[in-house]
Every structure is written in structure tokens, then in C-alpha cells.
Design a protein. Structure first.
Length: 198
């Protein structure tokens, strides 16, 4: 299943820092801790260059603490520094956390790791469901666009404009979002984190 060419054009070709109509940017440029984000666990996620966040150490998480979300479409661009980099995007963990493992146990992690086993590989709902098809990841050093659409308990995961997974959840119907810094050898960059909340 493919997303319409118009949507793909908006997702992949919009200038850095601009968002699609109806979306809200959760991070623009500068210190994320001054923009409603909080860091938990070891390691950090900090700004490397204007609008670009980079991970260091872990296993930790930078999460958006300003508001939980119910039904939403979350779009995030990420870039790997080597194929086996490990990271992820957390969604719908239900409360403020002091330990990143709370987000793993109580929400869902949409995985980033091209070299892992199927249930822990890019496109998987971590430990719950492998991607339904091979993720169309771009070469190391190029930006990928993840889209995570959540309505009720239905999760639809797209990568670079192509739907690669569906999942029916059973955990909380409202929660926070975050990005993972997994370990010192996994240097992953993020930008253009934006959300459309229903």
C-alpha cells in the first residue's frame, strides 16, 4: 500500500523546519529541554546543528512532556551513522517517566535497527510484531521519514512513503512520545519531529 504522491511530496520534500498543514512541530532548533522535552536514563539527545538532534550513550530517552496524545499521526526524520545503529520512537506511554524502560513496558517502541532479528528490526513494534514487508530504508547517511499513525488501538507504520506494518494494540489509549538514545555505538540523528493530533 502506498501513500498518495501528494502526501509523499509534502513529507519528503518540505524544506527543513517547515511542517505540513495541520501538523505541529515538536522540536525546531536549540536546546530541546527548553522546548518541552525531558531526558531520562543515561546518555543524551542534544542539538548537533540547527534543527538536528544526535544521540549519545544510553539506554535513555528524550520525551515530549508538554502533552500526551490520543489519536495522532507522528512524522519523524532519522539518519543512521552505520547499518546496525539501534534506536526507536516511543509512543503512548501513559505517564511521566523517570526510567526509559517504563516507556518500553507501558507504551510501544517503533524500532530503528536495520541489522536486528525481525521483531527488533526497523519497522517492528518492538517485541510485538515484525514489519510485514522489507522496510525501504535509505543508505547510511541519508534521511528516512517515519510515519506512525495511531487511531484507537490501530497502529499503521510507514517508512519513506510506504506502509510497512499494521498492529492492533492493547495498551493505553493516550500517552506521550519520545525518541531513544540506545548505546554509545549507536549514533542516530533526528529532525523534523512533528505531529497531527486528532
Amino acid at each position: 500500500m502506498l501513500i498518495s504522491s501528494l502526501v509523499i511530496s509534502c513529507m519528503l520534500l518540505a524544506p527543513q523546519g517547515e511542517v505540513e498543514p495541520g501538523f505541529k512541530s515538536l522540536y525546531k532548533t536549540g536546546d530541546p529541554l527548553k522546548q518541552g522535552w525531558k531526558q531520562v536514563g543515561p546518555g543524551t539527545v542534544t542539538e548537533e546543528s540547527p534543527g538536528v538532534l544526535v544521540t549519545a550513550g544510553g539506554m535513555g530517552m528524550l520525551w515530549y512532556a508538554e502533552a500526551p496524545f490520543k489519536d495522532f499521526t507522528l512524522r519523524v526524520e532519522y539518519k543512521l551513522s552505520k547499518p546496525d545503529n539501534n534506536s526507536g520512537i516511543f509512543v503512548r506511554f501513559p505517564k511521566a517517566v523517570t526510567d526509559p524502560w517504563e516507556a518500553v513496558r507501558e507504551g510501544y517502541e517503533i524500532q530503528i535497527c536495520d541489522g536486528a532479528d525481525p521483531e527488533h528490526r526497523t519497522g517492528a513494534v518492538y517485541s510485538f510484531k515484525a514489519a510485514e514487508k522489507k522496510p525501504p530504508t535509505k543508505p547510511v547517511g541519508e534521511w528516512n521519514t517515519y510515519e506512525i499513525k495511531v487511531k484507537g488501538q490501530e497502529y499503521t507504520i510507514s517508512l519513506n512513503g510506504e506502509v510497512i506494518n499494521h498492529y492492533k494494540g492493547s495498551r493505553g489509549a493516550t500517552g506521550f512520545v519520545g525518541i531513544q538514545n540506545h548505546d554509545k555505538d549507536s549514533i542516530v540523528r533526528f529532525r523534523n519531529i512533528r505531529i497531527q493530533a486528532d
